[in-house]
Design a protein around this ligand. Structure first.
Ligand SMILES: *Cc1c(COP(=O)(O)O)cnc(C)c1O
Length: 412
């Protein structure tokens, strides 16, 4: 520990001054747990169970099929999109909520390739989240184009774009493994200059920091809502399409919810206006109700305050664990950090299991990374202090060597 590292008392004073502290009571959190995995599955907002129950008992149970009109079910993908929009710096009509991130990636990648038909290459990072890599593989096979993966540790994006053949660049705004934040404005500008469109995956940045899609001139973006946005396990994802592409973009899963006049029940597909054309079919309204309860809370949160506290917490955690023998995978400059700290340790898996048994929940990503997500609405500075102390203790005492901690579960 450095001399300036705060004490537990100083952390308590930071909590007392924290403008976001009032949100903590809006979450259900188990007693005795410090939850640092909100970057994987966000915590449960206290308002959610009642909202889900109201949908099930009233809207479904009592009003039945009339709820498509009376309870706004039909409009839900657009209404939820309008609530996500301010969190990602987009206009309301540029965002819809529906389907999952993987499916939405498929839709926007194909749409982007069709908008840039003379180019034949999708460029992306080799270390991107697996579903991004797999969907890209599926799309390139289907569309008969090729893929160029680059490793940013060995090659720059500029070099990957040098051949001048890139149709689309697909990147994650914050890397799921390292927690590195990319410069969206600069990368988007560079891609456009080379003649490519840009798709950003916001899974690890939405709700973690302010995102400025319109300002950065981004073409398309997707993101999930069950991580930092607390929408619930498997909650529906969002799709952003810049207004300038609304008339020309054609996505391949052209289902009836994306039709211009769905209740004409016409034989020919005709895409709807705006981001609505990125919808496909009926949506999980029960899951939508859970997401809406959370978004209504998020709309009261100041994203500038979220970012400031997130950076303070991640920095504190890095400081407090500095002497414990971990490698720090996450970049140290604040401008390159998301809301997560990744530490490497050769025995990362059993170390994390031992930590979880003591009530500090993070997760593990192969081969050797322990991930800790810091969610400013329900994690405080004393939590960070206690979690770091617990982690140091687990490593220093060697309790993680107990054989039970090395047994692998399916989900790590
Ligand atoms: C979590 C995550 C996903 C998840 O995709 P699903 O379709 O919701 O399973 C996709 N991309 C990134 C970068 C992620 O972090």
């Amino acid at each position: 520990m450095t001399r300036n590292t705060p004490t537990r008392e100083e952390c308590a004073r930071l909590d007392a001054r924290d403008p976001l502290a009032r949100f903590r009571s809006e979450f259900v959190l188990p007693e005795g747990t410090i939850y640092l995995d909100g970057n994987s599955l966000g915590a449960l907002p206290a308002a959610t169970p009642e909202r889900v129950a109201a949908l099930v008992e009233q809207e479904w149970g009592q009003h039945l099929v009339r709820s498509w009109n009376d309870a706004g079910w039909w409009e839900k993908p657009r209404d939820l999109g309008a609530k996500v929009a301010p969190l990602i710096g987009a206009a309301a009509h540029e965002v819809v909520v529906g389907d999952g991130t993987s499916a939405n990636l498929f839709k926007v990648l194909v749409a982007a390739l069709r908008l840039n038909p003379r180019r034949r290459v999708v460029v992306g990072e080799s270390g991107n989240f697996p579903t991004d890599l797999y969907i890209t593989q599926g799309v390139t096979e289907l569309m008969g184009v090729s893929e160029r993966r680059y490793d940013p540790r060995r090659q720059s994006l500029r070099e990957a774009l040098a051949p001048g053949d890139a149709a689309v660049v697909l990147l994650s705004h914050v890397d799921y493994h390292t927690g590195e934040l990319r410069d969206m404005a600069e990368i988007t500008r560079m891609a456009h200059e080379s003649g490519a469109l840009v798709v950003w995956d916001l899974c690890h940045s939405v709700g973690a920091l302010p995102v400025h899609l319109s300002e950065c001139g981004v073409d398309f973006a997707v993101g999930c809502t069950y991580k930092y946005l607390n929408g619930g396990p498997g909650a529906p994802a969002f799709t952003y399409a810049a207004e300038r592409h609304h008339d020309t973009a054609r996505q391949p899963l052209s289902g009836w919810h994306g039709h211009a006049r769905p209740f004409d029940f016409a034989g020919e597909y005709q895409p709807a206006e705006g981001a609505t054309r990125f919808l496909s079919g009926s949506q999980p309204l029960v899951a939508d109700a859970a997401l809406e309860a959370s978004l209504d809370m998020w709309l009261r949160a100041d994203l500038g305050e979220v970012r400031a506290k997130s950076l303070a917490m991640t920095e504190l955690f890095i400081e407090l664990t500095a002497a414990a023998g971990f490698g720090v995978v996450t970049p140290l400059p604040a401008a390159r950090r998301g809301s997560q700290v990744s530490l490497s340790h050769p025995d990362g898996y059993p170390v994390m299991q031992a930590l979880i048994e003591r009530g500090v929940i993070g997760d593990f990503r192969a081969p050797d990374v322990l991930r800790f997500g810091f969610t400013p609405l329900y994690v405080g500075y004393v939590d960070v202090f206690d979690a770091a102390a617990c982690l140091r203790d687990v490593v220093e005492t060697g309790v993680w060597r107990a054989p039970r901690f090395s047994r692998r579960s399916q989900v790590t």
